[in-house]
Design a protein around this ligand. Sequence first.
Ligand code: AP5
Length: 200
Amino acid sequence: MRLILLGPPGAGKGTQAQRLVQRHGIVQLSTGDMLRAAVKAGTPIGRKAEAIMARGELVPDEVVVAIVSDRIDQPDARKGFILDGFPRTVAQAEALERMLAEKTLRLHAVVELKVDEGALLKRLASRIAEMKARGEPVRPDDNPEALKTRLDVYRRQTAPLVAFYGKKGLLKSVDGMAPIEAVAAAVDEALSPEIAVRGG
Ligand code: AP5
């Protein structure tokens, strides 16, 4: 099964992706995680992305498209994957379509996590607390100023993907405000036709 998880910062994309990984044995491809790993490793992509990410802006389309294309070719992605945080612009979505067509792969569903923006700051605060409790460094973009930019970028550049995938008949919208387990159940329910056909 090949999926996209769509939603604003803090909507729960990473949380639900991890759950889908455990339940269906497919891999999570998080462009945010890949870019943070590149920043940590000090690669040329990481050096280019670091300040952009800290401000809450988007890394250039061609950079993330290349990363995703390479990652999809890895053997562990053969059984299926969940794209978490990609695509984020219509140009990225169009590039993904071309990329999958070239690889003769099909996208099965796009799950939108619908949330109230007011709740996101609270979720961010809880993630900061969780990361501190685990002794991990807090993300440089997890602060009110960068979150404002991230939300603004989502509204302007990413939210149009809801209509983009709606028109293609791929969109499944789920209430992301419910408790984590209830959201997970709603995601499974939304994907049940795909799961029935593909067995996971
Ligand atoms: P990325 O890493 O993708 O971050 P994001 O989209 O801002 O999303 P988050 O990771 O903040 O949130 P999430 O939706 O995964 O929520 P989570 O599950 O963690 O991107 C970071 C940056 O990288 C971008 O700003 C950009 O610069 C760059 N980038 C990445 N992809 C790019 C692309 N394609 N193009 C260009 N640039 C790109 O949950 C958050 C918190 O809420 C957690 O504490 C969790 O426990 C809690 N929570 C989750 N669900 C619930 C629930 N149902 N109820 C209560 N709490 C919940």
